[in-house]
Design a protein around this ligand. Structure first.
Ligand SMILES: [Zn+2]
Length: 180
């Protein structure tokens, strides 16, 4: 899941927890400006926020920035604790940026809530998940570096008497069925 923040109208602010002079959307804002305006401060579940890797910032129904989230900070305000995301807008060429930047807000649920969560198909390959070798560590790829080789070697030991040649002969014999 990704998180989507909807920018309000442009307004100048004083005593902003992030030290900003203004918040909200204004025409022709850059991606960095949209991220800075949209990354906080929000009333959100810290548990939920800590599981988001990507954030979309929307203004006037269009995605103005796509950012990678690296953490969050908490801020005491008169109206309770608020959270601001840390991270940076994605560089040109990143698949998530290219898929959403400048396009309509993908969360079109009619809700007035500026904070929403959405599933983005493009983020699936970036989600942190258990390393497939079974080492109980996590990775944003199928395997941590080198763990794919380790997993294959383990299977050679377990099922092919430690002989890579036996594995290869087995695969050559069965690959057509496996691939199908
Ligand atoms: Zn592993």
């Amino acid at each position: 899941m990704a998180i989507r923040f909807k920018l309000g109208g442009y307004e100048t602010v004083h005593g902003d927890p992030l030290g900003r002079g203004y918040i909200g959307y204004f025409p022709r804002m850059t991606e960095d400006e949209a991220w800075e305006a949209g990354r906080g401060v929000w009333k959100v579940s810290k548990d939920k926020i800590s599981r988001q890797r990507f954030a979309l910032i929307a203004g006037e129904g269009i995605v103005r920035a796509v950012a990678e989230v690296t953490g969050y900070t908490e801020h005491r305000t008169d109206t309770g604790t608020r959270v601001a995301l840390e991270g940076a807008s994605l560089p040109a060429g990143h698949p998530l940026r290219e898929a959403y930047l400048g396009r309509p807000d993908p969360v079109a649920n009619g809700s007035q809530n500026p904070v929403s969560y959405c599933d983005l198909p493009e983020e699936q390959s970036y989600l942190v998940r258990p390393c497939a070798c079974g080492c109980d560590q996590t990775s944003d790829r199928d395997f941590l570096p080198g763990h794919d080789v380790r997993a294959i070697q383990q299977r050679v030991r377990d099922h092919f008497d430690g002989s890579p040649l036996k594995l290869i002969r087995f695969l050559d014999q069965h690959a057509a069925t496996v691939a199908g």
